[in-house]
Design a protein around this ligand. Structure first.
Ligand code: F6P
Length: 550
């Protein structure tokens, strides 16, 4: 179905069939679904690469899954997917191809944009990154005074920060522990201050990551970092070359800033910011884990790309996860989606997914500019277990909201831990399994009574259960597994955007705030009378100036 002839999603027979089918779940309970089909726990699982995906604790039957796949077929998810992999300009509002999948393609692959194979250029940049990383890691690359680089500070924001910052945490046990790697994103000067206050500038390399090289936060922080470096080193502009490299699509702006474009690692406009972490934007991570581990990460991404591209609908994991999200968001009114990793190393994983999912699918007009009449992307949230269990799980267990959740866990603790700390892993994972069990099956009033609980407390101690979860289990958390996980979510987001018929690859909603911030700034600094300032904001600005003694 092409854009012109596409029937409004909520008017398709497939949508109507799902809405009718939803009625059958008015009284359904997971307890009953498991009673009816005891083999469900084993049957409702899929494998992709190292990821074992259990979706048995979802409010779905074979019929639900069939109807959801029919919706995917009617909305031509596979057609848009193939167009993406072929390098067609599926980002319609920016008229761009969407080819993050080319970033992890093997050297001999062919992916064409406007008739040109982009894979050689991708690998040329990867080779350049590898050479540079090796030189820094070996000590061959030195700072201006000849000292070895011991600190890397990545300055970027959004997609130019969240990916490498998240992955650096995830893969800490694979990093060179002698190298300090920090990430600065916020224009709040405190961020840069805290990042550099105990660093020796002579041993510090700044990686300025910005696709556009115009983002105000990044350019402001990069300028302050340059001032700090030159002041501390008592050096002139010539010191910049050894201490600053750039990751960008914009060579002109990089040169304007004073960074030698020989020290620029390039990527292209067909890489969206939130899909750029496996491009040159990954340089800080490569410096930390080395080129070989970085390649393992890319291979993990690629494995899931190939699965998404070729696996039949029945066993296609990103398709399944995307469809489950549509089921709850559009037919159960779920407003949010929790991602709950049971790994301390995944502490920034959900924050990374927030940008991936919410910047992609936080849209209210469709690809043709019509307002959508259906819910689009959910609020994505979550932090690692077991911490969340003692904070907000209460609301998931006994609150009034439908919150589908992904539980991500690993059989093996990270190899570097001592034997004593490794022994804690079973306890962590016991919580992991216990939570999805409690969420699905709850505890009935009869079970509570049987424990001798006084009648007045029975309603309080009863757990309704029936809360849907996906369990993703892998043997261990490696660079490849991280790549697999990210690609899984990238393609899940893609599937949902395709069904909702929105452009998942633009982000116009971010622009207004940026423009207004630039306009308001002179009111703060100079007390300028800024036209178009509303009465509330004007009063707040005046209060701010008074508090600052201006
Ligand atoms: O916040 C909007 C955004 O454009 C993101 O999509 C992007 O990742 C981020 O800003 C940073 O942009 P840049 O890499 O161009 O500095």
């Amino acid at each position: 179905m092409n854009a012109e002839s596409r029937t409004r999603l909520n008017q398709t027979p497939e949508w109507t069939a799902l809405a009718e089918h939803r009625e059958e779940f008015a009284e359904a309970h997971l307890r009953e679904l498991f009673e009816r089909n005891p083999g469900r726990g084993a049957a409702y699982t899929l494998q992709v690469g190292d990821l074992h995906v259990d979706y048995s604790k979802h409010l779905v039957t074979d019929e639900t899954l069939r109807l959801l796949r029919e919706l995917a077929a009617a909305t031509d998810v596979a057609g848009l997917r193939d167009a993406m992999f072929r390098g067609e300009r599926i980002n319609v509002t920016e008229d761009r191809a969407v080819l993050h999948t080319a970033l992890r393609a093997p050297r001999d692959a062919v992916v064409e944009v406007d008739g040109e194979n982009v894979v050689p250029a991708v690998h040329a940049v990867l080779d350049k990154m590898s050479g540079f990383s090796e030189r820094v890691r070996s000590g061959e690359w030195t700072g201006h005074t000849g000292r070895r680089i011991k600190n890397v500070v990545n300055i970027g924001i959004g997609g130019s920060d969240l990916g490498p910052a998240m992955a650096y945490e995830v893969l800490r046990s694979f990093t060179d522990r002698d190298l300090t790697v920090r990430f600065v994103s916020n224009v709040d000067g405190a961020d840069l201050h805290e990042a550099v206050r105990d660093l020796d500038p002579a041993e510090t390399l700044f990686v300025i990551a910005s696709k556009t090289f115009t983002t105000i936060e990044t350019i402001t922080n990069a300028t302050s970092a340059r001032d700090w470096l030159l002041t501390e080193l008592k050096a002139g502009q010539e010191a910049v070359a050894q201490h600053f490299v750039a990751l960008s699509t914009n060579a002109e702006k990089v040169a304007d800033f004073g960074i030698d474009t020989a020290n620029m690692f390039e990527f292209w406009d067909w890489v969206g910011g939130r899909y750029s972490f496996d491009s040159a934007i990954g340089l800080s991570l490569m410096l930390a884990i080395g080129p070989e581990r970085f390649r393992e990460l890319l291979d993990g991404f690629h494995l899931v790309d190939e699965h998404f591209r070729t696996a039949p609908a029945e066993s296609n994991v990103p398709l399944l996860l995307g469809l489950l999200g549509v089921w709850y968001g559009n037919f159960f009114d779920a407003q949010s989606h929790a991602v709950l990793p049971y790994s301390h190393y995944l502490s920034k994983f959900t924050a990374y997914l927030q940008q991936l999912d919410m910047e992609s699918n936080g849209k209210s007009v469709d690809r043709d500019g019509n307002p959508v009449e259906w819910q689009t992307g959910p609020v994505v949230w979550g932090t690692p277990g077991t911490n969340g269990q003692h904070a907000y799980y209460q609301l998931i267990h006994q609150g009034t909201k439908v919150i589908p959740a992904d539980f991500i866990g690993f059989a093996e603790p990270v190899a570097e831990l001592s034997d004593g700390l490794k022994a804690q892993h079973d306890l962590l994972m016991a919580n992991f399994f216990a939570q999805t069990q409690a969420l699905a099956f709850g505890k009935t009033a009869e079970e509570v009574r049987a424990e001798g609980v006084p009648e007045e407390l029975v309603p309080h101690k009863t757990f309704a259960g029936n809360h849907p979860t996906t369990t993703i289990l892998a043997r261990e958390l490696t660079p490849s597994v991280l790549g697999q996980l990210i690609a899984l979510y990238e393609h899940k987001v893609f599937v949902q955007g395709a069904i909702w018929h929105i452009d998942s690859f633009d982000q116009w909603g971010v622009e207004l705030g940026k423009v207004l911030a630039k306009r308001v700034e002179p009111a703060l600094t100079e007390g300028a009378d800024v036209p178009g300032l509303d009465e509330s904001t004007k009063a707040l600005v005046n209060r701010y100036r008074a508090l600052r003694g201006r």
